[in-house]
Design a protein around this ligand. Sequence first.
Ligand SMILES: NC(=O)c1ccc[n+]([C@@H]2O[C@H](COP(=O)([O-])OP(=O)(O)OC[C@H]3O[C@@H](n4cnc5c(N)ncnc54)[C@H](OP(=O)(O)O)[C@@H]3O)[C@@H](O)[C@H]2O)c1
Length: 352
Amino acid sequence: MATTGGEAATATNKQVILRDYVIGFPTESDLIFNDTTVVLKVPAGSKTVLLKNIYLSCDPYMRIRMGKPDPATAALAQSYNPGEPIYAFGVSRVIDSGHPDYTKGDLIWGIVGWEEYSLITPNFSHFKIQHTDIPLSYYTGLLGMAGMTAYAGFHEICSPKKGEAVFVSAASGAVGQLVGQFAKIMGCYVVGSAGSNEKVDLLKNKFGFHDAFNYKEEKDLYGTLKRFFPEGIDIYFENVGGELLDAVLLNMKLHGRIAVCGMISQYNLEVQEGVHNLATVIYKRLRVQGFVVSDYFHKYLQYLDFVLPCIREGKITYVEDIVQGLENGPAALIGLFHGKNVGKQLIVVSPE
Ligand SMILES: NC(=O)c1ccc[n+]([C@@H]2O[C@H](COP(=O)([O-])OP(=O)(O)OC[C@H]3O[C@@H](n4cnc5c(N)ncnc54)[C@H](OP(=O)(O)O)[C@@H]3O)[C@@H](O)[C@H]2O)c1
């Protein structure tokens, strides 16, 4: 609640704090709440921007930030500091600004704290929202980081061609649902895997994948992929890692491409699983390339030119899993690692 008295008004600012570095699967008790007071004005003379957060995004990479600092992951993401608010992508409204590019009332998407109000210094990860005919929540996913990931990963890394066979794992999630639809728009044959029959139904009947399967019900993933891709896979969009990757490697075509976007099955393991069929990369002349979406943020306007007409013409369907209230954020975030989300997981912090 905002109060005024004398000079600058203040408000209570609820925050989500990392209790301590996480080992293994995160639990709700790893994240605690704290109330602070925020001054509803930027410090005089600063180029900061004060935001009221509207939506916050739940993303798997946040688990990597919850772990203790690790040289292996440092190039992707720094660890959160225990005792401080965690941060992630969100959609926010400018309350006050000392920055010449932002004025009160502007809408932005980008990195903010998991809190009701954030004081930020804008950087390359903050984008002003120009197109408000599209639901604002879409800027946590389709028109934000997840959309850019699907676009850069598929179009830049996979070098797709019409008619190619594409396999997408975690296919009903934020990134996967878009990769599948971008592949269909390109004229590819696309199959997705997901962890429940409800999600498989969504893939086939809502997102228009040519086919889909529930990987949890398949006993022999190599045989399953052979069934869906008798001639082999041209492109694998990797979101999960683990045994599925091993089965994919054996089913790839000669000169196939694998965009390594994520390996969510590994993020909570203390010892990473091995990849057993890696030599296939040689035999089949595969191109396996990891990527990080922020390296492609300079292509955001190009992405909008591609995706906005697709949305407006109804060529893309988008499913969100929306949780109300910051207090329900930790459970929503942790749910990602148990497949609880159906579509893009996000939190409403303060309704518009
Ligand atoms: N490289 C980048 O810049 C970048 C950017 C964004 C995202 N990513 C990565 O892309 C992947 C997808 O992210 P997203 O935001 O779209 O998440 P998401 O798919 O919306 O949510 C995560 C999903 O992963 C699946 N999952 C969880 N644990 C699993 C396990 N042990 N084995 C197999 N599947 C599991 C679950 O779906 P099921 O029910 O289908 O199992 C869950 O719903 C993640 O690996 C993420 O780290 C990378």
